[in-house]
Ligand binder design. Structure first.
Ligand SMILES: *[C@@H]1O[C@H](CO)[C@@H](O)[C@H](O)[C@H]1NC(C)=O
Ligand SMILES: *[C@@H]1O[C@H](CO)[C@@H](O)[C@H](O)[C@H]1NC(C)=O
Ligand SMILES: *[C@@H]1O[C@H](CO)[C@@H](O)[C@H](O)[C@H]1NC(C)=O
Ligand SMILES: *[C@@H]1O[C@H](CO)[C@@H](O)[C@H](O)[C@H]1NC(C)=O
Ligand SMILES: *[C@@H]1O[C@H](CO)[C@@H](O)[C@H](O)[C@H]1NC(C)=O
Ligand SMILES: *[C@@H]1O[C@H](CO)[C@@H](O)[C@H](O)[C@H]1NC(C)=O
Length: 519
């Protein structure tokens, strides 16, 4: 009896198992059938349906026959050929011997004028009046020369195809796993994106500016008078002249008040350069109302911001909040912004450089990097959002904004070194450290001039800082300082008049302890 009951339990368990298995099997089988059915549907659709990107552009282009140029793509779905005229764009792939470092050398000479390596382009006369350029970017990594070539081919074809009908709209479609370069194809112009397809409807005037730039920082941008007004701005239509550009110089103060005097001197120096642009200062809540009054009196319009932490900086690091600088992209009331750190002063009018596109800067004399202390940028909310997103993914070589921005804008445009003259002297035979007369702006590396409290550059006082010392640079800072009204000078730590007696200590105080601890 006991045995029977046990076997009964056993048998029922077995039965339960079998039923379960059977149910599971049925479900699996049904799913497979469904899958097959789905796969057949997808397959049928794929031979009948044109790709979505084509629908997107066809909606906007009302021509009888759309003209499509293929860049770095062998063919596109057969269905499109029935609806569009498709041409393959031929060009020689850029030689492997050309490296990014050839396009972005650390510095360039003035005489003789430097030249850039040749990046082959198609014979543009053969590809007129395209409506859509479909491209496959080959290298996804940043600083990939062949990737740059494909992006530039597309940009050039767009500029040469822009027409007056359908509002001159031409489209760039990127298919394949690599995104186009955002330095050329702006996020504002992205009209559709799904999976591995991106459709851009670029503002032709801006694209034209980009293709007129040298391919890298291997050359300076020709001065705008050489472009002539018309071709440079490239308005398609003679009557369609540009609206008044809204432009400003912008600096930022956050976290400490250490640079308040610097920002006041900077504003005064820009005003003395006879600039006609707005002056905007971004300040977080660590800047006191008293300082803000001084900054306003110096000429800045104040905008309040929340600071942004540098993702990869260490706690208490000097550059912990340097990503706050990215807020300049939120200034959408301006078309262009020349950002200047508060430890610079302007000696010559910089307004003419506003003609350059984003991102223009002077080199940092190391590798392919620019110095982020002075940058010409174009505010844009989607650019700001992208920077905010990417700051968790892309590391910065120095933990600060400069390293990050150099990764984000690896294709940048060179401003002359005199526009952001870095006060650093690496030639150990040079004991004078004289800076040229014609510099536009001086970037005060090392101990800041308003902290020196003497009328020579106190960077001389410490061996580790001597490479930053320059009395001629210091004197130019003092020129601006002494020309300021008394009420502005009081924002600087101490007046120099009181320190004239220290003049006699010139170089005598030169100390060979390696760090300055008397400030
Ligand atoms: C249907 O397609 C999917 C994904 O493309 C694939 O994993 C699956 O094996 C296919 N099924 C059949 C029955 O071909
Ligand atoms: C894009 O180019 C890569 C290699 O350059 C190639 O593997 C890929 O198939 C291409 N994609 C298209 C859609 O042509
Ligand atoms: C600014 O304009 C004044 C008056 O026209 C002129 O004297 C001065 O040299 C100009 N300053 C600069 C830096 O160009
Ligand atoms: C970061 O900010 C600090 C203080 O504002 C400044 O001294 C420093 O040069 C900045 N560093 C970088 C790498 O941008
Ligand atoms: C040199 O530096 C030390 C501290 O490191 C300081 O005590 C001394 O006064 C300095 N000497 C001069 C001449 O400035
Ligand atoms: C500091 O400078 C003095 C005189 O120039 C020199 O005699 C001394 O050796 C130096 N000390 C160090 C630590 O460099």
């Amino acid at each position: 009896m006991k045995h029977f009951a046990l076997s009964l339990v056993f048998i029922s368990i077995m039965f339960l198992f079998l039923t379960l298995n059977c149910i599971i099997y049925t479900i699996k089988y049904k799913r497979q059938l469904n899958n097959e059915f789905e796969n057949i549907t997808i397959y049928l659709e794929s031979i009948q349906k044109v790709p979505d990107w084509f629908e997107v552009v066809a909606r906007e282009i009302k021509d009888e026959k759309i003209k499509i140029g293929l860049v770095n793509i062998d063919d596109i779905p057969h269905e499109i050929h029935r609806k569009a005229e498709v041409v393959k764009v031929h060009f020689d792939p850029v030689g492997k011997q050309i490296q990014w470092s050839d396009l972005f050398p650390p510095w360039i000479s003035k005489i003789p004028p430097p030249t850039c390596p040749n990046i082959p382009m198609p014979g543009f006369e053969n590809y007129q009046e395209l409506d859509v350029i479909v491209a496959n970017v080959s290298g996804c990594e940043s600083r990939d020369v062949s990737g740059l070539q494909v992006n530039l081919v597309v940009a050039n074809l767009l500029v040469r195809s822009g027409r007056k009908d359908h509002n001159g709209a031409v489209f760039a479609v990127f298919i394949g796993s690599c995104e186009p370069m955002w330095e050329i194809f702006r996020c504002e112009d992205l009209v559709w994106h799904e999976g591995n397809s991106w459709v851009y409807k670029p503002e032709l005037r801006r694209i034209k500016q980009k293709v007129l730039m040298p391919v890298g920082t291997c050359q300076h941008v020709p001065s705008f008078s050489q472009f002539g007004e018309e071709p440079y701005w490239g308005s398609q239509n003679q009557n369609n002249h540009l609206p008044q550009q809204r432009e400003a110089y912008v600096t930022i103060l956050h976290s400490t008040e250490d640079y308040v005097c610097g920002a006041i001197t900077l504003a005064q120096s820009i005003i003395r350069s006879n600039s006609t642009k707005d002056l905007v200062l971004l300040a977080d809540n660590n800047i006191s109302p008293k300082s803000l009054n001084g900054l306003r009196a110096a000429g800045w319009k104040i905008k309040h911001i929340e600071r942004i932490r540098s993702t990869f900086s260490r706690k208490k690091a000097y550059n912990r909040w340097n990503y706050s600088k990215f807020r300049i992209w939120q200034l959408k009331e301006y078309d262009k912004v020349m950002f200047i750190d508060s430890d610079l002063i302007v000696k010559r009018n910089l307004d003419e450089f506003f003609i350059q596109p984003q991102l223009s800067a002077a080199g940092n004399c190391e590798k392919h990097f620019f110095n982020s202390g002075l940058m010409l940028i174009e505010p844009s909310i989607c650019t700001f959002d992208t920077l905010m997103k990417k700051r968790f993914v892309i590391e910065s070589y120095n933990g600060g904004d400069q390293g990050f921005l150099n990764e984000m804008f690896s294709w940048w445009h060179r401003l002359p070194a005199e526009v952001n003259y870095l006060k650093v002297f690496v030639d150990f035979k040079d004991h004078v450290h004289q800076i040229p007369e014609d510099v536009y702006a001086i970037h005060y590396f090392g101990l800041k001039p308003w902290k020196c409290r003497v009328d020579y550059d106190c960077n001389w006082n410490w061996p580790d800082f001597r490479e930053y010392a320059s009395n001629s640079a210091h004197e130019r800072w003092l020129d601006v300082y002494y020309a300021m009204p008394e009420k502005l000078r009081q924002y600087c730590p101490r007046t120099y008049e009181m320190d004239v007696k220290l003049q006699h200590s010139r170089h005598k105080g030169a100390n060979n302890s390696s760090s300055p601890n008397v400030l």
